[in-house]
Design a protein around this ligand. Structure first.
Ligand code: UN1
Length: 461
């Protein structure tokens, strides 16, 4: 896991890096011990609370977040540099998630089975895990903490949330809004680094993580040692496949947004664009669509590409472009840092690299994508599948039969036909294959699998 011992926990505006947005004292081992003790008491109280009352409390929490939507949006924009074109949508998604899971509390909580004799009752009932640790990234500072916390709470658990330091302000604001509607200490936010995350994990009954592949593997290993279930959402190396019959203009516009919107800082961003057969003006259309994306101050109306999160992230993009050049690729857009104080970097497109080149195999968390040529549909699928990750693929075509055959052979957890790789429906299962994910799916009703376990009960009178 990333060792990060800077104290206090502080976030800065990526567009105005000398401005501190939020600050909090890091927890120490005493705070962890107290939070665990309080969290366990809260979990017991919450589990004993009737489901309709839990639904009401979570509904009130959703209303509180909705009432602060404008303020939260501004905070998201400032703290992580998410453009105004996307930040209100993320806050709205978070509110919808809370409302959705408030109602899930009232869903059936198990099944009955035919008993082996006529008088008995045989049931499989869902029970909360207990105390769960959530370790969340900065890039969706409100949606990801809530798409984990809302189902955890709805299914009866207490939550210890360890947010990324870069998004500590949003996490604390969410706690401030939600906690008053729930039993004391049911939702606790833990400012701290990876040491704190590990201490929380060891004292919990389950851990859910979203972030880098390296950190996710570490979490999965630590969970195995602690004997608790883990759910880890890690990187993507997502492809958009443009089949020969696709509407090229539409594909170019959508792919530009999926690769470069929010400066490419989504695990669902497109980083490989696979073009089948003749290019037929597609590359030109993509370069033009990327150039047309408004860049700059994420707070300004219309901007779609703001800064990356910090200096190291910007360096990663510039170095990846240099490396692509040295491997024989052509940088056909961007490749350099932007002007000004903030961590701007030009949206970057590379062509002429083979599918095995390093840029096409490792995730650069920023606005950079490569165009790869494929000879036919089968070749495109092989290239798309030829990476360790397996999160999402999109396919552009107007031929339903071709779409279905390609979809059938892709090995990612999400597949989107004529839709961008980025974008998630919170009420449908979300997760990847291969090294992108570990453990059961998140979101929708699938979340219940992770946040509960089953007790099989036989009752004979
Ligand atoms: C989206 O594409 O709207 O960390 C969500 C991420 C993903 C979420 C993507 N887990 O980027």
């Amino acid at each position: 896991m990333i060792v990060d011992e800077e104290r206090p926990i502080r976030s800065t505006d990526p567009f105005r890096p000398d401005e501190v947005v939020a600050e909090a004292e890091s927890w120490g081992s005493d705070a962890v011990a107290a939070a665990v003790e309080h969290g366990r008491k809260a979990a017991a109280e919450w589990r004993a609370t009737p489901a309709p009352a839990r639904a009401q409390a979570m509904g009130a929490a959703a209303d509180a977040v909705a009432g602060a939507a404008a303020e939260l949006t501004e905070l998201v924009i400032r703290e992580v540099g998410k453009p105004r074109a996307e930040a209100p949508g993320e806050v709205q998604r978070a509110i919808s998630i809370l409302r959705y899971y408030a109602q899930q509390t009232l869903d059936p909580d198990g099944e009955t089975y035919p008993a082996p004799d006529a008088r008995s009752l045989l049931m499989a009932r869902r029970r909360p895990r207990g105390l769960v640790t959530l370790i969340t990234p900065w890039n969706f500072p409100i949606a990801i903490p809530l798409w984990k916390a809302a189902p955890a709470l709805a299914y009866g658990n207490a939550v210890l949330l360890k947010p990324a330091r870069e998004a500590i302000g949003v996490a604390l604001k969410v706690q401030e809004l939600i906690a008053p509607h729930l039993p004391d200490h049911l939702l606790q936010v833990a400012p701290g680094d990876s040491t704190i995350a590990q201490a929380l994990l060891r004292a919990s009954d389950a851990v859910s993580f979203t972030g880098s592949t390296e950190a996710g593997r570490h979490v999965a290993r630590a969970a195995t040692e602690a004997g608790i279930p883990a759910q880890c959402e890690m990187g993507g190396q997502n492809a958009s496949i443009v089949l020969a019959d696709a509407d090229r203009q539409r594909a170019a516009t959508q792919i530009a947004g999926a690769a470069m919107g929010y400066a490419g800082q989504k695990c669902t961003a497109t980083s490989r664009v696979i073009v089948v057969g003749e290019d037929n003006g597609f590359t030109e259309a993509l370069v033009a669509a990327v150039a047309a994306l408004p860049q700059g101050d994420p707070g300004e109306q219309g901007v779609q590409v703001g800064p990356v999160i910090n200096e190291a992230a910007r360096r990663d993009v510039v170095e990846a472009a240099e490396e692509a050049r040295s491997e024989g690729g052509r940088v056909i857009a961007g490749g350099q840092a932007g002007a000004g104080l903030g961590w701007m970097v030009a949206p970057t497109l590379v062509s002429g690299l083979p599918a095995e080149a390093s840029l096409n195999q490792r995730e650069v968390f920023g606005p950079i994508a490569a165009i790869i040529q494929a000879s036919d549909d089968g070749d495109a699928v092989a290239i798309a599948n030829g990476v360790r990750q397996g999160l999402v693929t999109s396919v552009y075509t107007s031929d339903l039969a071709r779409a279905l055959s390609v979809v059938d052979n892709l090995d990612t957890g999400l597949i989107r036909v004529n839709a961008p790789t980025s974008g998630v429906d919170f009420y449908a299962p979300f997760g990847g294959e291969k090294s992108s994910s570990h453990g059961p799916r998140e979101q929708g009703k699938a979340a219940r699998e992770f946040y509960t376990s089953i007790r099989t009960v036989t009752i004979t009178p």
